[in-house]
Design a protein around this ligand. Structure first.
Ligand code: ADP
Ligand code: ADP
Length: 228
């Protein structure tokens, strides 16, 4: 599903963000990516959705080689991926419903399919009752629910989450984790960069720890392992 072989990433300014990464992630796995600031977690995550490309090495996501995908092929590549961020990245002028529908409109789904699916997925993340509100009328946790709905509306094989609870209070955080667990239970692969020790140590999953651009730990039911 996801494979990296001897992946290196050097930014144009010469910073070596990743130095020889080798991993395999199978369908349906839930993986936390942990490590100190500047370790290379974001670079690792960004390569998964081809926001960055490896400098050298092989990287396969859903059977496509991230290093050689053409710009014109990126929309097709991203159809099988959902991405959520710490800051939600919702479109502020659109309603909740429209934010999620937009993700289906760009792949040219039929309007009848869109209407049904958008409400179904908003209900799944328990925000259907706020479909007509704008993002700024919602709490952080509610906005992240909308972002999750948008990310999964096209039924991606992989959900990528970059610090999804970084802006949320503890109680809201657990609600978001419940939703991610439900999505994981449907067979979606989830890769989540996080600094939340309590989550990693409580909801036990595979942990990949990155330090100075290298994987220093890869455990099936790992611990957070840092004091920060
Ligand atoms: P983390 O997410 O673990 O904090 P990053 O992947 O953001 O780590 O960063 C890894 C290293 O790459 C850091 O030294 C950072 O300063 C550098 N870096 C990240 N993005 C860029 C960029 N666009 N250009 C140059 N250097 C970058
Ligand atoms: P249900 O949840 O039973 O589908 P709703 O009253 O929520 O019923 O929605 C009725 C129809 O209108 C559905 O097809 C839904 O997809 C669509 N819909 C709901 N909210 C919006 C909205 N804000 N903008 C456009 N269409 C919407």
């Amino acid at each position: 599903m996801i494979e990296m072989r001897e992946v290196h990433k050097t930014y144009p300014n010469g910073v070596r963000a990743l130095n020889g990464i080798n991993i395999k992630i199978q369908k349906g796995e839930f993986v936390y990516v942990v490590g100190p600031s500047g370790a290379g977690k974001s670079t690792f995550i960004k390569m998964m959705y081809r926001e960055e490309k490896p400098t050298t090495g092989l990287m396969l996501v859903n059977g496509m080689n991230v290093g050689t995908i053409k710009d014109t092929e990126v929309p097709m590549f991203r159809r099988n991926l959902g991405v959520i961020f710490q800051d939600f990245k919702l479109l502020p002028t659109l309603t909740v419903y429209e934010n999620v529908a937009f993700a289906m409109e760009v792949i040219e789904e039929e309007p009848e399919v869109i209407q049904k699916r958008v409400m179904d997925v908003l209900n799944q993340v328990k925000i259907g009752h706020k479909a007509n509100m704008k993002p700024n009328e919602l709490s952080g946790g509610e906005q992240q629910r909308v972002a999750i709905a948008r990310a999964i509306v096209n039924r991606p094989k992989v959900l990528i989450a970059d610090e999804p609870t970084g802006n949320l209070d503890p109680e809201t955080t657990w609600g978001i984790m419940d939703i991610l667990k439900e999505i994981s239970d449907t067979g979606t692969t989830i890769i989540m960069a996080t600094h939340n020790r309590e989550i990693v140590n409580t909801i036990k999953k595979r942990v990949i720890a990155i330090e100075k651009g290298r994987i220093v730990r890869d455990e099936a039911r790992g611990e957070y392992g840092y004091e920060d």
